[in-house]
Design a protein around this ligand. Structure first.
Ligand SMILES: [Zn+2]
Length: 286
């Protein structure tokens, strides 16, 4: 029951270890004593994999899909447009989708302190990979080597023809919409164009999922940040990493589906928690 008691304390930080009774001081809205312990794990890790989900980007102004202020809660049409079958079948839906895309916060959002904290891990040579469920490109915008970022659900920053697979930067398509096209079609084959983010009803890309699982199996520390860990196969990164003996840290505002695998649970906003975890001085004992 211990974990369920945490529900509702969105900025509460608690060790997963049953019976721990630290009474840590608060700093920046998070409890610090356990964060400092986890920060020491981060400091001494050699190959960190970070799995990120929607909670990573809420502090960048990108709404979660299903929360009270979520995109789909406020605009059910957006959920329909996120379903492959509807998107392909309904030209009017596509027109509304393109129109809303032109001003979507997804395209103007900036990385937050959480994103930059992870860049620091890469700078120190400790980051093996970021596996992200997000399609917003903010990890790359923060400065990661794009080769380190595995986007399991694709990206909105590219567009792809459903028929011939022609792929090009989304900005080209948005410029066509701004110039007056309401449902821009493929210039190669005339087919329907969608964003390169994976829609519901669409298959994931096998080699991308394989890369994510391979990364999980090579890490010594996994940080799952801002994900409910309820969407598969991405969430399988957690048990995969655990199976090879990696330490598991889950940082999320709410309890997740995978909390039972965690060595530490951190309940807090990621833009507060991640800088505390990653700010430690680089390891000097190797
Ligand atoms: Zn095409």
């Amino acid at each position: 029951m211990g974990e369920s008691a945490l529900t509702g304390y969105s900025e509460f930080v608690q060790s997963a270890m049953v019976g721990r009774a630290d009474v840590p001081a608060r700093q920046n809205g998070v409890m610090t004593s356990d964060v400092q312990e986890v920060a020491e794990w981060v400091r001494t890790a050699h190959r960190v994999v970070v799995l990120t989900g929607a909670g990573m980007s809420t502090d960048s102004g990108i709404p979660d899909f299903r929360g009270p202020n979520g995109l789909w809660t406020k605009n059910p049409d957006a959920e329909k447009a996120s379903t492959l079958q509807h998107y392909l079948a309904d030209g009017e839906l596509r027109k509304r989708s393109w129109r809303s895309r032109v001003d979507a916060p997804l395209f103007t959002a900036q990385p937050n302190a959480g994103h930059y904290a992870l860049v620091e891990l890469e700078r120190r040579g400790q980051l093996h990979a970021i596996v992200t469920q997000n399609v917003d490109g903010l990890h790359q915008a923060a400065g990661h080597d794009p080769a380190k970022v595995i986007e399991v659900h694709g990206t909105v920053h590219y567009a792809r023809c459903w028929d011939c697979d022609d792929r090009r930067p989304m900005v080209e398509l948005l410029n066509r919409v701004r110039a007056g096209e309401d449902d821009p079609s493929c210039e190669v084959c005339g087919g329907i164009i969608k964003s390169d983010a994976i829609l519901f009803g669409q298959n994931l890309v096998p080699h991308v999922i394989e890369a994510a699982m391979a990364a999980a199996e090579r890490c010594d520390l996994l940080i799952a940040a801002g994900s409910s860990l309820s969407v598969f196969p991405a969430a399988n990164v957690v048990p995969r990493a655990k199976s090879v003996g990696a330490r598991i840290v889950i940082a999320n505002a709410e309890p997740t589906n995978m909390d039972r695998f965690a060595h530490a649970l951190l309940r807090g906003g990621l833009s507060s928690v991640l800088p505390l975890l990653c700010a430690a001085a680089p390891r000097d004992d190797s």
